[in-house]
Design a protein around this ligand. Sequence first.
Ligand code: URA
Length: 183
Amino acid sequence: MLEAIAEEIRRCTRCALAQGRMNAVPGEGAADADIMFIGEGPGAAEDKQGRPFVGPAGKLLDELLQDAGLPREQVFIANIIKCRPPGNRDPRPEEIRACREYLDGQIAALNPQVICPLGRPATQTLLDPKAAMGKVHGRPFERDGILYVPIYHPAAALHNPGLRPALVEDFKKLIALIEHHLQ
Ligand code: URA
């Protein structure tokens, strides 16, 4: 099911981002993962490789996962939009809407116990269009039997090193919540 969705994404022309991409980036990970990370959208490295979080933000995410003892291969990593916006601008509402069915399909196919939205666009798309990261980061919300734990985006901590301790703290909370939730 996840592979069928990924195939559809690779052929997708539902929005204008299809024209500028090198590769669509459906997402990847274990088909039986309990934990799903959802970022914003592909950057340059992801567009080139067709894989999520393989650039600088991905390196930081990998480090956080490794420090937490949670191998990347055991989780599923996706984005709210699957094609790179020009110049890495924020995704537009119509692009998020065009891609939503794919994201919802991936969530339904994976049926994860915990979803971790990374950063504002993913958090606002999945939880609350008015959510402010400063308020909601590291705070769990339960909906439809899924525990959502929004955290700061790794890229935000790269642009603003002052956010890094908060991200590390968010990750610790996330891991503690996962351990508690998956018992
Ligand atoms: N940032 C994202 O939000 N997603 C990626 O896949 C890479 C960087």
